[in-house]
Design a protein around this ligand. Structure first.
Ligand code: SF4
Length: 425
């Protein structure tokens, strides 16, 4: 099989992984080496499926010994298989970088032979890339669940970001759909990464020249809609992962049907892109707006798809509003739909010199079509309907138009009729 054939198989096989984002690393280019990483992130671009693809996003191999029912690369799936050699990946990355196609590498892999064997292949690839090819750019690599601590440590010293995919929100779902994976095989590496990162911080405090372990931290990915788990379960898990393992990001990936299994949605089921979008909005509220998971979603519930999670909270807490823009503190402003962290800070700054009118807010970045229903300026309310109006919800819902934007069809999926039945492989 030639290199381009492998690239088309292993590039397509990696498209289900949503965890592709900016680097968050800051490393200057060096004389004699190739590439650099900057804190504002690898330059973003968008693929035709609407996802960020500024990185060369490939699998090292899709020849998996596991049989996760939700995955196109599972052992029992009848797809073409390929495996890169470490040198092929290193060569492709540097060649693509030179041609300005990419800014960095996102490398994952199916489990080949065993977790540790796959990790060794990944480490060999990164070692070649960093030492022989002198590639200094951004690299995000996946840790294989069940990998040993020594290999995780080695990998973290070569990559900018490392991540372990948790995939499913509950142990029951994992047992049902990914029988070869155990929850501990996923959570233990996350704990190891956190410990290694903290130890590395301490080491670097004492020895400035010590190498940095995974400067962009760790992240994970959760599949949404493959199992009946609710948004409340997903967000509760995300919140505890942020807290326990200091994750930088939890990515959500709407389930794309890739096979038949009695516990999976049928092959013609819609990919829940709007749900994925709402989960990202909720995740944002937890990380940047000081909302707790309990405020965003109630036990066992799903997020409201008709309105964004912040507006949904506002509609359930009308007594909190209207907020007087000229008097409210930062946490209160952040609760107003249509006011974000940047516009809230701009309001506080602008207020130092004058009292604000509604007409000032748009300039400060406030989205008035949502905010105007929940604020007053100098005591004046200017929205089309009052807070107590039964029409309020219809005025603030943003589903219309969003669905159009979210309908990025993932390319080249086989027709549902062609989906193979799940086999033990
Ligand atoms: S381990 Fe599971 S999810 Fe990962 S490639 Fe193999 S079958 Fe797919």
């Amino acid at each position: 099989m030639d290199l381009m054939e492998k690239l088309s198989i292993l590039g397509a096989a990696a498209r289900y992984d949503a965890s592709c984002a900016s680097s968050g690393s800051n490393r200057r280019g060096q004389k004699g080496s190739l590439g650099a990483a900057v804190a504002c992130g690898v330059c973003h671009s968008w693929s035709e499926d609407g996802r960020c693809v500024s990185l060369l996003k490939i699998l090292l191999s899709n020849a998996c010994i596991y049989n996760c029912a939700y995955c196109a690369n599972r052992r029992g799936s009848d797809v073409p298989r390929a495996t890169f050699t470490p040198d092929e990946v290193a060569r492709l990355t540097t060649e693509f970088y030179r041609r300005n196609y990419i800014e960095g590498l996102f490398l994952s892999s199916a489990v080949v032979r065993s977790p540790d064997y796959t990790m060794e292949l990944l480490i060999k690839t990164l070692t070649l890339l960093r030492t022989q090819y002198n590639f200094h750019g951004y690299v995000h690599v996946k840790v294989i669940p069940g990998a040993s601590q020594e290999l995780i440590q080695e990998m973290g010293l070569l990559a900018d970001r490392i991540s372990v995919n948790i995939e499913l929100p509950t142990s029951q779902s994992l047992m049902l759909l990914a029988p070869d994976k155990k929850k501990d095989d996923i959570l233990t590496p996350m704990g190891v990464i956190r410990q290694l990162k903290e130890a590395n911080k301490e080491e670097r405090r004492l020895f400035k020249s010590a190498p940095v372990f995974a400067p962009s931290g760790q992240s994970t990915q959760l599949i949404v809609g493959a199992t009946p788990d609710s948004d409340a379960q997903i967000l509760r898990l995300s919140s505890s992962l942020y807290e326990r393992y200091r994750l930088r990001r939890v990515y959500f990936s709407a389930y794309v049907p890739v096979g038949r299994h009695p516990s999976l949605p049928p092959p013609d089921a819609q990919t829940p892109l709007l749900r994925e979008h709402r989960l990202y909005q909720a995740d944002w509220l937890m990380r940047y707006y000081c909302f707790s998971v309990d405020e965003i979603v109630e036990q066992g519930e799903n997020l409201d798809e008709d309105v964004d999670p912040k507006t949904s909270w506002a509609l359930r807490h009308l007594s909190f509003f209207p907020v007087e823009v000229n008097k409210a503190d930062l946490p209160t402003l952040l609760r107003v739909p249509g006011i974000g962290p940047i516009s809230a800070r701009r309001i506080l700054e602008a207020r130092k010199t004058r009292q604000l009118e509604h007409s000032d807010l748009k300039r400060l970045g406030v989205v008035l079509k949502r905010a105007s229903f929940f604020i007053t300026c100098k005591g004046r309310f200017s929205a089309a309907v009052p807070l107590e109006s039964p029409l309020l919800r219809a005025h603030v819902q943003d589903r219309t138009g969003l669905e159009g934007q979210l309908q990025y069809p993932l390319p080249e999926f086989p027709s549902p009729a062609a989906f193979p039945a799940y086999t033990e492989g």
